[in-house]
Design a protein around this ligand. Structure first.
Ligand SMILES: *[C@@H]1O[C@H](CO)[C@@H](O)[C@H](O)[C@H]1NC(C)=O
Ligand SMILES: *[C@@H]1O[C@H](CO)[C@@H](O)[C@H](O)[C@H]1NC(C)=O
Ligand SMILES: CC(=O)N[C@H]1CO[C@H](CO)[C@@H](O)[C@@H]1O
Length: 400
């Protein structure tokens, strides 16, 4: 009798253990990549991402900001992890209120979006913190995400991580030691076994399997350092931060729309707005010198969480148009031909097909012939033709 009970308990316990161990993996997503795109559960994806730094808004604002991002056509929310915010004194960690990274990531998951977590730990400023400390904090944050099952491989929303940040911009100053540092960072990150790809941005020598990605106002001419890696754009600047004494920066939506359409036209499959919501530098967190407390960035969602029109709305339309081309974009490499001076036609030749017509001249509007039809292309604009024939959107025509 006793023996039987013990057996039953052991069997039940064993079943639970088996469930607990296997469930996250059964429900998890398999994120890999190839030459064309990130691959989620066997399917290449065209993804549109936007930056929201959790601590630059209040937790009360998060659900609304995330929903507005989803409504605006985003698939992914990207955020940095800010080390000095969470560990003001060595070994004393703070993850409450605006610092509640886990809560933020979970809210993004609840909205059905993915997360790109740029752990760094370097976010921006010209130094790094030494490798022992770096390994300690990266491991801590990765473990924290794993414990909450937040990686896609565990059923969570995180499909990408980032190690380091724009180190390539300063690398030449450090010679060979820079190379070994980058090799070490790549190995250390990969060894943490997150089950999702890592990227390094602005790092042309990022070692395999780390994907090197582009930051900038335009990234259409960028190519990754291996034919096995997809073309990814981690920071497309929607505006710029503000400094006391300088004019506030604005970037017209037609120009952002042009840069985004050009990126997908020329083979890109992942693009991120930096920022989609800029927010506020609370307390004494604004960087120097003379950066303002507003981190509005002229972003599609303004500092207060309100939609900035026509920016938000026009980009939403651009996202819908690009998504109509998704199947063609991920299926094949683009073929671009010249239609005249400053005029480029790109075709993704598949059964359905998709085409992009660009006028990269800044002076005049032009009429072009493509596949026997005539199209009007305003200066500095891209037309998107998901069926290779009908224009669903031209980036210069802002209908708001
Ligand atoms: C994950 O996907 C890749 C390619 O898409 C495939 O080769 C691999 O077998 C998959 N792994 C699992 C565990 O399903
Ligand atoms: C870094 O790794 C690459 C291969 O990934 C190797 O060719 C190179 O020699 C390494 N450099 C240093 C300084 O360790
Ligand atoms: C990193 C990068 O691509 N930076 C570029 C961003 O855009 C400005 C203005 O077009 C360029 O000057 C930078 O080189």
């Amino acid at each position: 009798m006793r023996g039987e009970n013990v057996t039953v308990i052991a069997v039940v316990f064993g079943l639970f253990l088996l469930l607990a161990l296997t469930t996250p993996f059964c429900s998890g997503a398999n994120v890999t990549y190839d030459h064309r795109a990130l691959i989620i559960d066997g399917k290449r994806r065209v993804l549109i991402s936007g930056s929201i730094h959790y601590m630059r808004s209040t937790p009360e604002m998060w659900p609304d900001l995330i929903q507005k991002s989803k409504d605006g056509g985003l698939d992914v929310i990207q955020t940095f992890f800010f080390w000095n915010l969470h560990e003001p004194v060595r070994g004393q960690y703070e993850f409450d209120g605006r610092k509640d990274l886990v809560k933020f990531v979970k809210l993004v998951a609840e909205a059905g979006l993915y997360v790109h977590l740029r752990i760094g730990p370097y976010a921006c400023a010209e130094w790094n913190y030494g490798q022992a400390e770096m390994k300690r904090i990266i491991t801590k944050i990765v473990d924290m995400m794993k414990q909450e099952n937040l990686y896609a491989s565990q059923g969570g929303p995180i499909i990408l991580s980032q190690i380091e940040n724009e180190y390539g911009n300063v690398e030449s100053a450090y010679g060979d030691s820079a190379k070994s540092y980058i090799n070490w960072s790549a190995q250390m990150a990969t060894s943490l076994d997150t089950g999702v790809p890592w990227i390094m941005c602005q790092q042309t020598d990022a070692p395999d399997p780390i994907i090197n990605s582009c930051n900038g106002f335009y990234c259409d001419q960028f190519t990754p350092n291996s034919n096995n890696k997809p073309k990814m754009w981690t920071e497309n600047w929607t505006g710029w931060f503000s400094s006391f004494g300088d004019p506030v920066s604005y970037r017209p939506v037609a120009d952002i729309a042009f840069s985004v359409a050009r990126f997908y036209q020329l083979g890109g499959t992942f693009q991120n707005y930096y920022m989609y919501h800029g927010g506020t530098n609370f307390g004494r967190t604004s960087g120097g010198p003379f950066i303002t407390t507003s981190y509005d960035y002229d972003a599609p969602i303004d500092e207060y969480g309100l939609l900035r029109q026509p920016k938000w709305g026009h980009l939403k339309d651009v996202h819908s148009a690009i998504k109509l081309c998704e199947e063609a974009i991920v299926a094949t490499d683009p073929k671009t031909t010249s239609l005249g001076s400053n005029l480029e036609a790109t075709v993704y030749k598949t059964e359905s097909g998709a085409a992009f017509l660009a006028n990269i001249g800044t002076e005049s509007d032009v009429s072009v012939n493509f596949n026997g039809h005539s199209y009007h292309l305003p200066a500095w604009s891209v037309s998107i033709l998901p069926d290779c024939k009908n224009v669903v959107l031209n980036t210069a025509k802002v209908n708001f």
